[in-house]
Design a protein around this ligand. Structure first.
Ligand SMILES: [Fe+2]
Length: 387
């Protein structure tokens, strides 16, 4: 009944064309010299040039590190390379400009400037003991929420499993969220990132860690992302859709940071690590089986989720109304061309289930928030159902 609630968020600047404030914000953080970490798509879309010119306008010396790895999740080695560049340049501020992977690299590289060792030493909960150099984080997709979270996700090449660094000291100093930067984001990335955003609100809303502050924001984020993802995928230049998805994404990122995801994310890690499928795509293939499994524990909240997604539930029993939530999620995923089961994702080899279940079960940081207790066998059953 009585909860201890902690609520953390970086300073957030949200709105159209707010990229123009990147120079002033970097200056407030103490730059001097800034290392800007970005990717090739950002450079090609002309976003990098814009960002650099606004930084230079404030007389900030900028060095650019372009990361062009093609797996959806960066390997830890990429972070170490960027940290090495950062060390040599003695920068005052680290700027991350890009999709979630780039932002995670920027956040972790900053942490390695003030903390010893390598990324691998910090997998797990609250292991980064000192804040890094100040970070200014600018997303160019609507989904990961990396601009407002304490998490960074990397592929651990040794185990071929995605692992998370979850430390409050990784929380960015400033997030600039400019929906205009997402206009050039292709439909497939918009869809995958958008489902990730939706789940960063829906999963914490159904978790044991939910609280009234995050629930309020989660319901609005669920409503916004489920309403606007379709239009954003259908027409990338629909500015109202882009604005709404950026807003929904930053809100769900705040929910994620303060209440946390659970079994869908835990079960996606081994699958994504093995098949290198984009994060949101992997989540899409697992969420129906996962939510169906936890439904008996959270029926009343599933009804509120269905309502937030615009489903008429008046006159329905809780069982019928909670089933509507699953229908609405299935429709949302299919309507943007994503898979609703592992078979849809092109994965047919069931022999991997036993190993995945063991790997997913190790993610107790996430599974401890599940509203229904999960053994390795339970997780195996959910993977089976996801086929
Ligand atoms: Fe996610």
């Amino acid at each position: 009944m009585y909860q201890l609630i902690q609520f953390k968020t970086p300073s957030i600047i949200f709105g159209m064309d707010t990229i123009s404030q990147i120079g002033q914000e970097a200056k407030k953080l103490g730059a001097g010299r800034a290392l800007l970490v970005t990717g090739p798509r950002i450079e090609a879309a002309g976003i990098l040039e814009k960002a650099v010119s606004f930084l230079k306008k404030e007389s900030i010396l900028v060095e650019v590190a372009v990361e062009d790895r093609d797996t959806p999740e960066p390997a830890t080695t990429v972070v170490e390379e960027v940290a090495e560049i950062a060390r040599k340049g003695s920068f005052d501020v680290i700027v991350g400009l890009g999709g979630g992977s780039i932002l995670d690299v920027a956040k972790m590289a900053s942490a390695l400037l003030t903390n010893p060792g390598k990324t691998r030493d910090y997998f797990g909960k609250e292991k980064v003991s000192k804040r890094g150099k100040p970070t200014l984080i600018v997303p160019t997709t609507s989904g990961t929420g990396a601009e407002v979270t304490k998490h960074a996700i990397f592929l651990d090449r040794e185990s071929n499993v995605k692992k998370a660094v979850a430390s409050t000291n990784l929380l960015p100093d400033v997030a600039i969220v400019d929906p205009m930067l997402t206009v050039s984001c292709p439909p497939s990335v918009t869809a995958s990132a958008g489902i990730d955003a939706f789940l960063h609100a829906a999963e914490p809303f159904l978790s044991k860690n939910a609280n009234p502050m995050t629930d309020a924001m989660a319901l609005e984020a669920i409503s916004i992302t489920s309403r606007w993802l379709g239009p954003a995928v259908a027409e990338g230049e629909d500015l109202e859709a882009r604005y709404s998805m950026s807003l929904g994404s930053v809100m769900s990122g705040i929910v994620l940071n303060n209440s946390g995801t659970s079994l869908v994310h835990a079960m996606a890690y081994p699958v994504g690590g093995e098949y290198h499928t984009p994060h949101g795509v992997t989540l899409s293939a697992l969420v129906i089986a996962c939510f169906d499994y936890i439904r008996i524990a959270k029926q009343e909240k599933m009804v509120r989720l269905a309502q937030a997604m615009g489903e008429p539930v008046g006159g329905l029993s809780p069982r019928e109304a909670s089933a509507r939530a699953l229908d609405a999620i299935r429709y949302l995923i299919q309507s943007v061309g994503l898979p609703v089961c592992l078979k849809d994702l092109g994965i047919t080899d069931r022999t991997k289930i036993a190993r995945w279940a063991v790997e997913a079960h190790k993610e107790q940081r996430l599974l401890s928030r599940s509203p229904r207790k999960l053994s390795v066998e339970d997780i195996q059953k959910i993977y089976e159902n996801a086929f």
